[in-house]
Ligand binder design. Structure first.
Ligand code: F6P
Length: 326
């Protein structure tokens, strides 16, 4: 029988669609198991400052379909300090919180891992970020919704690109990784996909555009991951501009629309499964680990692996993209 009686739940880092569905699942699974649930507002900052709120079943009604996070989120510098984590520990201890579920990305899990080396209140993570860049899980909550948002936007841009015979450079998010770019690029039939993980793509783009130009290809969509090239999509456009003066070019940065909106069915479902699994893990006396999804099964991955190991973008997807975009 686990000694856990009261758990905290928080969201941390960049928000992602489906975080609310995860909060709902954690809250209701915990209450079902006879636990009390404390919502910690504003991420780790709220843990330090004691922004706590007792959560009842009704507090998570009507949120499964909502983007953002009802608990608010933050990127907290103070939690990176020894003093900040000490204050956080004292806040948790004063409220008799004996386990915490952290919904966030790798920065949030790094903080959780360090905290669990210093203090004995177990933390369990749920991967929530649109970037899908966390080792140990095939999907992070929010990724699927962000992809759908991107393809809806790109479909619209393609209408106008095609009407004007234009070349569009469209910048998508993803932090240091190209997961959003690769999958959305294939899903919207992009002519090229530029990601941080592959070098020299911009040089190759010259050859590709040259070829398309000769074939009188009327419009092109180039998806650029935000950190793939200095200056992002604007930088890539600048780099090819002088050689393609006959093309009319435009740049669109999709930005934070990728973080908002109602979560997709997949994100709601995954968030519900992972929220359930996170409480299960705490009741099973697990600590310092993330619940993930591997081959559609729940996995438990130590934070030490989730934050240290690198999840690779599948390069074979780029080959598919190239073959299909002729
Ligand atoms: O990690 C999610 C993310 O949206 C990244 O894709 C992006 O680089 C970053 O957050 C933007 O952060 P902010 O909202 O703080 O500008």
């Amino acid at each position: 029988m686990s000694k856990i009686k009261r758990i905290g739940v928080l969201t941390s880092g960049g928000d992602a669609p489906g975080m609310n569905a995860a909060i709902r699942a954690v809250t209701r699974t915990a209450i079902y198991n006879g636990l009390e649930v404390i919502g910690i507002r504003h991420g780790y900052q709220g843990m330090i400052n004691g922004y706590f709120k007792l959560m009842k079943t009704f507090h998570v009604s009507d949120i499964i379909q909502r983007g953002g996070t009802i608990l608010k989120t933050a990127r907290c510098e103070e939690f990176k300090t020894t003093e900040g984590r000490k204050q956080a520990y004292e806040s948790l201890r004063d409220r008799n919180i004996d386990g915490v579920v952290v919904i966030g990305g790798d920065g949030s899990f790094t903080g959780a891992r360090i905290f669990n080396e210093e203090y004995n209140i177990p933390f369990i993570g749920i991967p929530g970020t649109i970037d899908n860049d966390i080792y140990g899980t095939d999907y992070t909550i929010g990724y699927d919704t962000a992809l759908n948002t991107v393809i809806e936007a790109v479909d619209k841009i393609r209408d106008t690109a095609s009407a004007h015979n234009r070349l569009f450079f469209i910048e998508v998010m993803g932090a240091e990784a190209g997961f959003i770019a690769v999958r959305s690029g294939i899903a919207c039939g992009a002519e090229a996909i530029i990601i941080p993980e592959v070098k020299d793509q911009v040089n190759n783009l010259h050859a590709y555009l040259e070829e398309g130009y000769k074939r009188k290809k009327s419009s092109n969509i180039i998806i650029v991951a935000e950190r793939a090239y200095p200056g992002g999509a604007f930088g890539v456009a600048e780099a090819v501009k002088k050689d393609f003066t006959d093309y009319s070019m435009r740049v669109t940065v999709l930005g934070h629309i990728q973080r908002g909106g109602s979560p997709s069915a997949f994100d709601r479902f995954t968030a519900s499964r992972l929220g359930f699994a996170a409480v299960d893990a705490l009741l099973d006396d697990q600590k310092s680990a993330m619940v993930g999804l591997q081959n559609n099964e729940i996995s438990l991955v130590p934070f030490s692996k989730a934050v240290k190991l690198h999840k690779e973008v599948r390069k074979d997807y780029l080959e598919i993209a190239n073959i299909l975009s002729v």
